[in-house]
Design a protein around this ligand. Sequence first.
Ligand code: GLY
Length: 567
Amino acid sequence: MRHFLSSCILILLVWSCKNEPEKQMLNIKEKGFIAHKAMVVSAREEASKIGSDIMQQGGNAFDAMMATEMALAVAYPYAGNLGGGGFLVYRLADGTKGALDYREKAPLASEKNMYLDENGDIIQNKSTVGGMAVGVPGTIAGIFEAQKRFGKLDVATILAPVIELAKNGYIITKNQEKRIAGYDSMFKAVNLKEIPYNNKLKAGDRMINNPLAATLQRIANHGRDEFYNGETAKKLVEFLQANGSIITLEDLAKYEAKWRDPIVFEYDDLTITSMSPPSSGGICLNQIMIMAQPFDLKDYGHNSLKYIQVLVEAEKRAYADRSYYLGDPDFVDIPVKTLTSEAYLNNRMEDFSFSEPTSVDSLSHGNIIGYESNETTHYSIVDQFGNAIAVTTTLNGGYGSKLYANELGFFLNNEMDDFSSKPGEPNYYGLIGAEANSIEPEKRMLSSMTPTIVEKDGEFYMSVGTPGGSTIITSVLQTILNVHEFEMNMQEAVNAPRFHNQWLPDEIRMEPNAFDKKLIQQLQNLGYNINETRSPIIGIVDGILQLEDGTYEGGADKRGDDTAVGF
Ligand code: GLY
């Protein structure tokens, strides 16, 4: 009888896979959606589906990137954007790897102390809400640059379904209702009027955005320059300046996305490729994994006391280095080689002990002789040609600066807060910065975004990333280790409880109600400060894992509305 029942279930699954290949979610033992050829995992089903459909029409991962990113701007305005920036890490079918930086830039009229008062104190909210918080947006430049170099379809074909989505609308989820209601008073305060995203929106309502459809149609007609030199540029600058921004038409005209060499390193039999500065993601991930490598993590056990101690102490050291050494590589010399060398990192862990935490005061950044960057969103894509990409994009805070360009239909970032406004003072994420990340005209602000591609034995293995501000790096780290050390599948790996340490503040953030109380007590007995309240969501990880049979498993984080779609 049992055999008969499982056969029936199997037949039903095969039948439904054949008949509805794009929407299958297999929730058996937390196993994620399986696709045979191509897949998109993103924060919204609509965006994943549009990206997947573009690939079914013959497009590749880079065409799907443009479609997915713009669909997120429509259906996930919390972080999906035209008014922000991001990073792409890719691995082509032939094994070539690379990275694209489309991070926002400080406007030409920026000044180092623009967020300080006459006493040198930080002016509250100036770098986080309203016009002065906005950096020059890079997203449109980024998606066009990637698609121009590697894409196959024409832009009008790619954007057509996104424009339809904006015109026809999407359904507000419970998560969205809660978030929008939470920000309602800020939206009103910043925009001095009610915007279409307001606390009247309820789960189940259809959200239509005709102004955004018109903006996207102009971009589809005239290309990238529509946003940086065309009618959209003029409307945007007029709007920004009317709201106190210092961004000019010249700022937009000068914006370029930049190809970068990614950070590539080995961990056991894995080759890990992640984002280089101006993101701190790749360097910090590299540092933490190399510091942790000598320890027998598998033997300690997943989320065991010793496992947490090793990771936390390695994280502490990496974030201390981050705060001192990292910034925009076009403006500061970053000792990347040394910071990621085994010798330096072994030395960094020399004072590690299982018997007590290393004090944060004693730690600071490592010394290098001969001096040689939450509410973001990530998507992963694999295509039927063998290309894989990992993309993280953001407005910085949820809905960025909260400034909403009504006529254009999108929010503007508050990425200027990712600079260190005053070295030594914490930003929105509690991150401490130094001179390397001080404000200069045209400089890119340091990021934590960590879009990452993992290879095993030279073949594509995983594409992974997450939002979460400063917790991005440690969430990506734990997801990779969950698969590699603890043999979880992709869905289990993204769902597993996470913790985080960033040197300062001196605490381990732990996902609330996810860890054993005895374990927390043991950490406290050792002298660790535990914070289970501050970060209810430690990232929303999305990833794709190639399984042994060559199929792909999507991991769409249960913490959000994230969904995997493919064929
Ligand atoms: N705005 C968050 C980050 O770039 O890390």
